[in-house]
Design a binder for this molecule. Structure first.
Ligand SMILES: O=C(O)CCC(=O)C(=O)O
Length: 323
């Protein structure tokens, strides 16, 4: 094919760039031109199928970038807390919680909520234990010495006597939550950073009481509610929440294993409950006021909840999850 053979490196779009192509192909016979046309067309199609197209690469990159951004946005509050002093065991990221929580059956709603029970026995409570409907039990803690004895000075003495390391509540899976209060640990609270008077500067905290010596002493002052399902006792850590009037928790939803009970030992607390979005058409938000002697039972995984101490007293609660 003479001169034509040396034009192996014709540009692939040669036939589109007619002028250049014709110059390059000068001297080729009709047959040679046909040869090159077939050769180049086949070659360029093969190359096309081997190389990923630019738009596809850009799209993949953008997709990856969006996924990474969304992941960072959703997990950042957790990551930041985990890197700081508080382990992020009570999830506080609304978007993350909302996208990962299981969808509720709207059987958690009914016209009359909360369900009100007075000193139920195990059989009566069994009908409500796992239904997800908030239950307010009255008259179930009258015999608890905790009602009269547990307050901040008592807890200060107890931790000092037992020699429990109060800062340990933020290690090994135990938690200390300071909510809006500028407090770093339970130690600070017990060592006097807050006033025991209800009308002093505001504060509100919660902690999982995982020191076995303190737990044993406190369990001598209250008992596992007798109406709860039998197999539930002792399997979970007790939680104490306490603080001054006007304080409490912002609305949130939990990711814990089981439903919770909470006994109001002192003061009064208002719970604001909101159904999950999938049940908004079936049930309404509700407000439940809990007073000393009441036990409030709530599936905190299904109901968005926030609290506020009402009245003039310091609020103290003890509670746990039940099986
Ligand atoms: O008792 C409180 O004030 C808050 C309790 C709470 O938010 C919870 O148990 O998830």
């Amino acid at each position: 094919m003479g001169e034509c053979h040396r034009m192996r490196h014709l540009p692939h779009n040669c036939f589109a760039m007619r002028k250049t192509c014709l110059q390059l192909l000068q001297g080729c016979s009709q047959q040679q031109l046909l040869f090159w046309r077939n050769y180049l067309t086949a070659d360029s199609q093969q190359q096309k199928s081997q190389q990923p197209e630019l738009p596809q690469t850009v799209l993949s990159f953008l997709l990856l970038l969006s996924i990474t951004t969304v992941l960072i946005l959703f997990t950042w509050p957790c990551l930041r807390q985990s890197l700081g002093t508080n382990p992020c065991l009570v999830p506080n990221n609304f978007a993350l919680m909302e996208t990962t929580r299981p969808i509720s059956s709207c059987d958690i709603c009914s016209a009359e909520l909360p369900v009100r029970l007075h000193r139920p026995d195990r059989a009566e409570f069994a009908a409500h234990a796992y239904r997800g409907r908030p239950v307010l039990v009255s008259g179930a803690t009258e015999t608890w010495p905790a009602q009269r004895r547990v307050n901040l000075p008592f807890l200060r003495r107890l931790y000092a006597r037992v020699g429990a390391n109060a800062s340990s509540v933020s290690e090994d899976g135990c938690q200390f939550l300071a909510f809006r209060s500028a407090l770093e640990s339970l130690e600070e609270v017990l060592e006097g950073r807050v006033e025991a008077a209800a009308d002093g500067p505001p504060w509100y905290i919660g902690w999982s009481n995982c020191d076995p010596r303190v737990a044993a002493m406190l369990r001598g002052l209250y008992s596992w509610p007798s109406f709860l399902p039998e197999e539930g006792e002792g399997s979970a850590v007790d939680w104490i929440f306490m603080g001054t009037p006007g304080q409490g928790t912002a609305v949130h939803i939990d990711n814990v294993h089981r439903p919770s009970w909470q006994a109001q030992i002192a003061g009064s607390k208002r719970w604001r409950l909101f159904p999950p979005p999938e049940c908004e058409k079936v049930c309404r938000p509700l407000t439940v006021d809990v007073h000393p002697g009441d036990i409030f039972l709530l599936d905190t995984n299904q109901w968005y909840h926030g609290t506020e101490v009402i009245g003039k007293e310091m609020s103290i609660t003890i509670g746990s999850e039940y099986d």
